[in-house]
Design a binder for this molecule. Structure first.
Ligand SMILES: [Zn+2]
Ligand SMILES: [Zn+2]
Length: 341
């Protein structure tokens, strides 16, 4: 089969033939139709994810069709249209037994520590696939496992967002923009920030009430003058300043959901945490149970994932370069199969 392979860090992916193993016990082979592109793929290609060993087929946002079943698989059938949960958890550790699969002690992630979806086929545990409805395109289904599911957990589970919540989403790129739709679906009033006015315009079109471009006005001044404070602030940026401001913009007892980690150390005034009882909570990916919920919301038509450019997988290196330079407005999706070369 053909695959896009990361053979050397800081070098373009190499499109070449790879052997496709038979699906093992409990596994299925998925014929990939679409693979979402994430900024983490840029970080992986630059050697910034320490658990990645080369060579690797990247791609952790996968949708396609079940092509073959390994021994013992009865949950899905050949021909089923599916999207693929990223985390392959052990099922036995203390966290897995609690249902906290995203905290598994022996986690191996598709597209990180095992081969991912930037290939004609990928073998994954049958337990990782969820069927998608006929109405849902492969391209939209592909971005559910990360861009949609991660911020769903951030808003709903970690942030506790519900009807009437006042929510701010800092940074509305490919992941944050899904958050606008999800927060609206949960019944929240949404404010967004971004340095790119086009992204703010897109957020407004999906129901964001207030938008703030920190290039033109101070975020905290704008919040004080126009909004007051937030119950929940989701920070997708992960810089010292954004987290500091997120905490300041929360109501007493409010929650900051930290989803980015650019600066290695954050500084938060103890007065805000102790006396005002504000909470800063980390959030990584989502659990298997949350993945099932969010696929259900997409399958039923309640949530429509936002995708932008569709790029043939043969142009993956150009797409990674565009992503690295911030040229995409929202989530970009690679389409398969590979063209003739
Ligand atoms: Zn990702
Ligand atoms: Zn585990």
């Amino acid at each position: 089969m053909k695959a896009a392979v990361l053979e050397t860090f800081h070098q373009p992916l190499v499109i070449r033939e790879l052997d496709l193993a038979e699906p093992g016990p409990g596994e299925v082979t998925v014929e990939v139709k679409a693979s979402g592109l994430c900024l983490t793929d840029v970080h992986i290609s630059e050697g910034k994810v320490p658990t990645v060993k080369l060579p690797l087929v990247p791609g952790h946002e996968t949708a396609g069709v079940v092509a073959r079943r390994g021994p013992g698989v009865t949950e899905v059938e050949a021909g089923d249209r599916v999207t693929v949960f990223v985390d392959v958890s052990c099922g036995r550790c203390d966290f897995c037994l609690r249902g906290e699969t995203n905290r598994c002690m022996a986690l191996r992630r598709i597209g990180f520590e095992r081969n991912g979806g930037m290939a004609e086929f990928v073998n994954v545990p049958a337990a990782n696939v969820e069927r998608i409805a006929d109405r849902v395109s492969f391209e939209k289904a592909a971005i559910i496992p990360d861009a949609v599911a991660s911020i769903y957990r951030g808003l709903k589970t970690v942030g506790g967002v519900g009807v009437g919540s006042k929510v701010a989403i800092l940074g509305v790129g490919g992941l944050g923009i899904q958050g606008v739709k999800i927060a609206r679906l949960l019944g929240a009033q949404v404010t967004c920030t971004d340095l790119d006015d086009r992204k703010l315009e897109r957020a407004r079109s999906f129901g964001a009430v207030h938008t703030i471009n920190p290039r033109r006005e101070s975020f905290l001044d704008a919040v004080r003058q126009r909004i007051g404070s937030f119950d929940v602030v989701v920070d997708n940026v992960g810089r010292k300043e954004t987290v500091f401001e997120a905490v300041a913009a929360c109501r007493n007892g409010g929650r900051v959901v930290a989803m980015g980690y650019v600066d290695p150390v954050l500084e938060i005034p103890s007065y805000e945490i102790v006396i005002k009882e504000k909470q800063v909570l980390g959030c990584r990916a989502c659990t298997r149970g949350e993945f099932r919920e969010i696929v259900g919301l997409v399958n039923s038509g309640q949530l429509d994932p936002d995708i932008g450019e569709l790029v043939p997988i043969g142009n993956v290196n150009e797409a990674l370069d565009n992503l690295r330079h911030g040229r995409y407005l929202t989530r970009t999706v690679l389409t398969l199969p590979f063209g003739r070369q």
